[in-house]
Ligand binder design. Structure first.
Ligand code: C5P
Length: 343
């Protein structure tokens, strides 16, 4: 019998290629339709047996990650222990070590990624033998984006984002530039700002909802700056999947995908963090095929036509002084996976 002493899992950040947000629900969440896309910016999470549950975090933004029971990875450990009641090893404590590269509170689901990685690592460590569908059930109880971090790839999320269907698309790799902001946004605050803007009948960009005759967006951006699509701000209909984005993904044409990016949270994120307008505009001026705020922000995401274009864009954006730092990533990539120990 092999005794497993520690398990390390690599887990990706996510972008939302579409994020359509419905009205607030009675439980405080919002029904979504979103197209998740996992990209090659990874955290590493190691689980080791310990006397009691604890977490150590290092790397990008580590000082802003809660170290106690509020840590999402520790909440995932507790949720898995309840679900995997069988294995005796689950009764012991576990030490979680997180090496962060995904910035904290940046709209990239870094906390959810760490939680997903902790589920995979502890399932392996305890020999829990939970299947992926069972892990997805546990993940949904921990947070809206945790399930997708298990799955990876490109997937449609519904409900709170936890009901997932993988998107059937050719194996195209897309080349993205991420512009990290000098600051953070709280996800609940961005959703609350969107509700306020909608209650006032605004889109969040100072324009009335009707601005934008002849197909113009009325937000001073080209149609490629993916602010708003799908849900009318006043109608508050249930959100719908964007057929144009799905057909762009099926075609594998980056230019089409760039034109179809959209995020209903973008006006709310811009209202709380106006400097992001400059970042988005700069990326488009520098030739990005599309630009949008990632999730609840404040990271801005740009699609490039090729790895070389992404490099040019990353260099120019960092020279333009419109963000704290940049990263080039590719997607889609697989979800949380165990890194085999060195032989
Ligand atoms: O599920 P998670 O803990 O990641 O969500 C963080 C917060 O984001 C929620 O407390 C809620 O305020 C907001 N949210 C929402 N609707 C969703 C997902 C998240 O309002 N579908």
């Amino acid at each position: 019998m092999t005794i497993v002493t520690g398990v390390t899992v690599r887990v990706p950040a996510k972008l939302n290629l579409q994020l359509a947000v419905g009205p607030p629900r009675a439980d405080g969440y919002h029904d979504l339709v979103t197209v998740f896309h996992a990209v090659s910016l990874f955290d590493e999470v190691t689980a080791e047996p310990a006397r009691r549950d604890a977490v150590t975090v290092s790397g990008e933004g580590a000082d802003r990650v809660p170290a106690g029971r509020d840590n999402l990875a520790l909440r995932a450990v507790a949720a898995l222990r309840r679900a995997a009641a069988g294995p005796a090893s689950a009764a012991t404590g576990v030490h979680i070590t997180i090496v962060k590269r995904i910035p904290v509170a940046a709209g990239l689901a870094g906390g959810s990624a760490d939680a997903a990685a902790a589920l995979v690592a502890c399932n392996e460590l305890w020999g829990g033998g939970l299947s992926q569908p069972q892990l997805l059930e546990v993940a949904a109880r921990v947070g809206s984006d945790v399930g997708f971090a298990l799955l990876g790839g490109t997937a449609v999320g519904r409900g709170r984002g936890e009901r997932l269907t993988p998107a059937l698309a050719p194996a195209t790799q897309y080349h993205w530039v991420l512009a990290f902001a000098d600051g953070q946004l709280s996800t609940p605050e961005v959703y609350a700002a969107l509700d306020r803007l909608r209650a006032r009948g605004e889109r969040g960009d100072g324009q009335s909802p009707r601005a934008g005759a002849r197909g113009e967006r009325g937000d001073g951006q080209s149609p490629r700056a993916g602010g708003h699509r799908g849900v009318p701000p006043r109608g508050l209909a249930q959100p719908v999947l964007d057929a144009a984005l799905m057909s762009a993904l099926r075609s594998g044409e980056a230019a089409m995908v760039g034109r179809a990016l959209s995020n209903d949270l973008q006006p709310a994120a811009l209202s709380l963090f106006p400097a992001l307008r400059k970042t988005l505009a700069a990326g488009l001026e520098l030739g990005a095929l599309g630009a949008l705020v990632s999730g609840s922000g404040p990271t801005c995401v740009f699609l490039a036509a090729s790895p070389d274009r992404a490099l040019d864009l990353a260099v120019s954006l960092s020279g333009a002084g419109v963000c704290r730092s940049v990263a080039r990533v590719a997607g889609p990539v697989p979800g949380a996976a165990v890194i085999p120990p060195p032989k």
